[in-house]
Write a protein that binds this ligand. Structure first.
Ligand code: SF4
Length: 442
C-alpha cells in the first residue's frame, strides 16, 4: 500500500504489537473486482485522527521530527496519542502536494501502523486475521487502482509483527441481546445473507429491503430453542419468504425525524482540536450539537450546514428529490460492494462494531443505508438539482462509513434505543424504502 493514509478507528486499536503471527490466514471478503490504490487526495489525512501505538511514537522520535517540524509531531488525545494536526485539520506531515513527509523522506514502512493499514481494517478472529474495507476513501468508492485480492501480501507484511489476541467466547456477539452466537451460527448467518445479496435474479432494491425485513423479523423472534442447525433452517425459511413487497407505507414524521438526527450524528465532524479543548469549550460544543440535532429532528426550514455539505437548501427541498438521475448499475454495484464488505468483513456487530448484537447491528446497517439515501438527496438539493447521481451517493457513503468506524457514539445506549424504537411499526423497512438509494419509492 502506498500514499498518505491516516485512519482513526476503535477497530484499529484492537491490534496490539507484541508477538509474531506470520502464519495466520488473512481472511479477505470476496468483493469481486473491487480495487484500491492511494491516489494522494489527502482526504484521510485531513478528516481522520491518526491514533498511535507506543512503537509508532518511538519510531517518530527516532526519525527526529521534533527538531524538524514547527509543531509537535504527536499530541495526547483522551488517554492515547495521535498525530498532530494543523489548524485547517491537516496532519502535520501532509505536504503541499498531498504527500506524506514520513513516506517521502523514509518509506512506507516508516509510517504509523494506522496510516499503513488504511483503508483496510484488520481484526483478530479465531481463524486468523479478518480484513474488511473502509469506504471513506474516494479510491475505494470509485474502485480505482490494484485489485484488492492481490493485496493480501501487503496486509500480511503489516500484520506480521502484531499480537494475535484471539477473542474469547465471551466476546462473541449476542444474537439479539439475550444469548451469544456460536461461530457456526454466525457462519450460517453470513452465508445466507451473502447468498441473498448476491442473487442477481432479484432487483437490488428488493434485496436491500429484504435485509431490513430480515433484521426486523429476527429481532422480534425468541430463539431460545432455535439454535445451531435449527437456526440455519429458520434462516432458510425466512430468506425464502423474502421478496418484493406490495406496498410499504411512508415513514411517520417521528421516524423521519429520528433518521435525520442519525444523519446529523454521522455527518457532524468534531475536530481533533475540539476534542482536546477545555471543559468550557466542550460544554459550548455540546450545547451547539444538541441545538442542531433538534433542528434536524424537527426538519423544518433551512438545513443547518454540515461539514462538506455547504450551501443553502431546505428540508422540504431534500424531501422533494426522489429519483436517481443516471444509470442505476454503478450505484447498485457500489452499494453491493459496501454491504458485502460490512457483512462478510464482520464489521456490523460484536468486536467489529461497538459490541452490537448481530440483529441490532444488521438493523443499524440498514439505517446507515437510509442515511446514505437522505444525504445523497441533500447533496443534490444543495447543488440545485432535482435528481441525485452516483457522485452524490458515493459522497454520502464516504461520510456515513467514516462515522461507522470512528464514532463511538454509534455504539451508545441512545443509539441502541433509536434502533429498538425504529424496529417498531416497520420503521427501518419504511425508511430504507422511502430514502431508496436507487431512487424509486415503492
Ligand atoms: S483518502 Fe484514500 S486516496 Fe485519499 S490519501 Fe487517503 S488513502 Fe489515499
Amino acid at each position: 500500500m502506498s500514499g498518505n493514509a491516516l485512519p482513526s478507528t476503535p477497530l484499529d486499536r484492537t491490534i496490539g504489537v507484541m508477538a509474531t503471527s506470520q502464519s495466520l490466514p488473512i481472511i479477505m471478503p470476496d468483493l469481486g473486482d473491487q480495487r484500491w490504490s492511494c491516489h494522494s487526495c489527502g482526504d484521510c489525512c485531513r478528516s481522520l485522527v491518526g491514533h498511535l501505538f507506543d512503537e509508532d511514537r518511538i519510531r517518530l522520535d527516532e526519525q527526529g521530527w521534533r527538531d524538524r517540524l514547527d509543531v509537535a509531531p504527536y499530541v495526547r488525545v483522551g488517554r492515547g496519542w495521535a498525530l498532530n494536526k494543523r489548524d485547517d485539520g491537516a496532519c502535520v506531515f501532509l505536504d503541499a502536494d498531498n504527500r506524506c513527509r514520513i513516506h517521502s523522506e523514509f518509506d512506507e514502512s516508516a509510517k504509523p501502523l494506522a496510516c499503513r493499514i488504511f483503508p483496510f481494517f484488520v481484526r483478530a478472529v479465531p481463524e486468523g486475521w479478518q480484513v474488511s474495507l473502509r469506504f471513506d476513501c474516494p479510491s475505494v468508492t470509485s474502485s480505482k487502482g490494484r485489485p484488492i485480492r492481490q493485496q493480501r501480501a501487503g496486509i500480511r507484511r503489516i500484520v506480521r509483527n502484531l499480537n494475535h489476541a484471539t477473542p474469547k467466547d465471551s466476546q462473541a456477539p449476542m444474537l439479539a441481546d439475550r444469548s451469544r452466537a456460536t461461530v457456526e451460527e454466525l457462519d450460517l448467518l453470513w452465508s445466507r445473507l451473502r447468498r441473498w445479496l448476491d442473487d442477481s435474479t432479484i432487483e437490488p432494491q428488493t434485496r436491500w429491503l429484504g435485509l431490513a425485513r430480515l433484521a426486523h423479523t429476527l429481532s422480534e423472534l425468541k430463539l431460545t430453542d432455535v439454535r445451531g442447525v435449527r437456526f440455519g433452517e429458520l434462516l432458510d425459511l425466512l430468506v425464502g419468504a423474502l421478496g418484493s413487497e406490495d406496498s410499504i407505507e411512508a415513514p411517520t414524521a417521528l421516524q423521519q425525524g429520528m433518521l435525520r438526527q442519525l444523519v446529523f450524528a454521522h455527518a457532524e465532524h468534531v475536530t481533533m482540536h475540539e476534542r482536546r479543548a477545555g471543559f468550557l469549550s466542550k460544554f459550548k460544543l455540546r450545547r451547539r450539537q444538541l441545538s442542531t440535532a433538534g433542528r434536524f429532528r424537527r426538519g423544518r426550514g433551512p438545513v443547518p450546514t454540515l461539514p462538506g455539505f455547504e450551501g443553502d437548501t431546505t428540508f422540504r427541498d431534500v424531501e422533494a428529490i426522489a429519483e436517481l438521475e443516471s444509470d442505476r448499475g454503478p450505484v447498485a454495484d457500489l452499494m453491493q460492494r459496501y454491504l458485502t464488505a460490512r457483512i462478510e468483513g464482520q464489521s456490523i456487530c460484536g468486536a467489529g462494531y461497538y459490541g452490537w448484537s448481530v440483529f441490532g447491528g444488521l438493523s443499524a446497517l440498514c439505517l446507515a443505508m437510509a442515511s446514505i439515501g437522505w444525504l445523497a438527496r441533500l447533496s443534490a438539493a444543495l447543488d440545485k438539482r432535482d435528481r441525485f447521481t452516483f457522485e452524490d451517493v458515493a459522497r454520502a457513503l464516504r461520510v456515513v462509513d467514516r462515522a461507522a468506524t470512528r464514532l463511538p457514539a454509534l455504539g451508545s445506549v441512545a443509539e441502541r434505543a433509536r434502533v429498538t424504537y425504529l424496529l417498531r411499526d416497520d420503521g427501518i423497512v419504511r425508511l430504507v424504502a422511502h430514502y431508496s438509494i436507487l431512487g424509486a419509492r415503492p
